[in-house]
Ligand binder design. Structure first.
Ligand code: IMP
Ligand code: MG
Length: 332
């Protein structure tokens, strides 16, 4: 804080929703800007209730937090309105005038375009929506009547908050290994997903950022096609308890052990300063529900020390369960 970028270190689904929601409640975050689009689902568990949010920032759990969606984002209008209702944030959410709109035709293009065949996209149409934006023919948020009550200048709001010393989170989506520029092209999403791109989509310059918090899961997963080093057969993933099904699409996730070389590259690409490590309890079940570092097993502590040794930055948050407060917070 005051301005922290939250970025995924692998292929998305690292648990960014959990980390953002925890920080929002714990640090009483003033402003949270979500970037990206509807293809990402961020899971938040609060008071026994599960949310899988495609549009609304995960910081909605903090009732005073101003929620924003940046100019670089792509808005799915129906999903946005549905989630605003679900999370009851009508009076505190804003959308940038210049965010572009993702429409049903884009989703259809995603599902039927020959050049996208075999990539295993989410089918929401994010790639085609961005193509249209690049062609300069896209519909923008300011052109949509239903979005009128929410329109704002997100860059101006975010920068004003930062300059006033308020706490601001920039919530990235997916992970850097799905980046259009740095990921495993062509098995990538339609945009850059790195910390610099998150800033750009929110309208916040690099000198305004204090911390880049990179989120790694304690093992790696990937949905859709493309390389996954160390990939385990499904039976082995099930045996280890690592087998997951995607929050957004219901697709099965492939899994592999934590890879230090990939993690090092992710830290470099994002200029990361801190690490949040999620799902430690999935790899080390005795750590489930731990909220103090001393409650972790020595094997789990060794894993954390090895991460810090190899990546050279501190592991400040450790996820030990699905609930928003199932976390070891080493910042204090
Ligand atoms: P698209 O982003 O829908 O174009 O899909 C391109 C690739 O990114 C596919 O491999 C998707 O599975 C992956 N992808 C897109 N969004 C997410 C996400 O939120 N989590 C994990 N993978 C994603
Ligand atoms: Mg997800």
């Amino acid at each position: 804080m005051p301005c922290t970028v939250i970025v995924g270190g692998f292929w998305g689904d690292e648990g960014k929703g959990k980390i953002v929601s925890y920080l929002a409640l714990k640090d009483k975050v003033d402003v949270c800007v979500r970037t990206g689009s509807v293809n990402a689902a961020h899971t938040v568990w609060v008071e026994g209730k599960r949310y899988a949010l495609h549009m609304v920032p995960s910081a909605f759990v903090c009732e005073k937090c101003r929620l924003l969606i940046g100019a670089g984002a792509n808005i799915h209008v129906a999903k946005f309105l549905e989630e605003v209702e679900l999370t009851n944030v009508k009076n505190r959410i804003g959308v940038d005038y210049q965010a572009s709109i993702i429409e049903e035709k884009h989703s259809e293009q995603d599902r039927t375009s020959a050049h996208l065949k075999g990539l295993g996209t989410t089918g929401w149409g994010v790639g085609p929506a961005i193509e249209e934006r690049v062609r300069r023919t896209a519909k923008l948020a300011k052109d949509v009547a239903e979005l009128k009550p929410y329109l704002t200048d997100v860059a101006a709001e975010a920068n004003k908050a930062i300059d006033a010393g308020k706490k601001v989170l920039l919530e990235g989506t997916q992970g850097v290994m799905l980046s259009l520029f740095y990921g495993t092209y062509p098995y990538v999403t339609g945009r850059d997903t790195s910390a610099a791109a998150i800033c750009s989509e929110a309208g916040v310059g690099p000198t305004k950022v204090d911390e880049v918090l990179i989120v790694f899961k304690s093992f790696m997963t990937r949905v859709g096609a493309g390389p996954l080093p160390g990939e385990l057969p499904k039976e082995e993933a099930i045996k280890r308890g690592w087998f997951e099904v995607a929050a957004g699409t219901g697709r099965e996730r492939r899994s592999a052990p934590f890879n230090f070389e990939i993690a090092k590259r992710a830290v470099m690409l994002n200029g990361a300063t801190q690490i949040a490590l999620t799902k430690l309890d999935v790899v080390y079940p005795q750590c489930k529900g731990a909220r103090k570092y001393d409650e972790l097993t020595s094997e789990a502590k060794e894993f954390i020390k090895e991460i810090e040794r190899q990546l050279g930055i501190p592991v400040v948050l450790i996820g030990t369960g699905q609930e928003v407060h199932d976390i070891v917070d080493r910042r204090t």
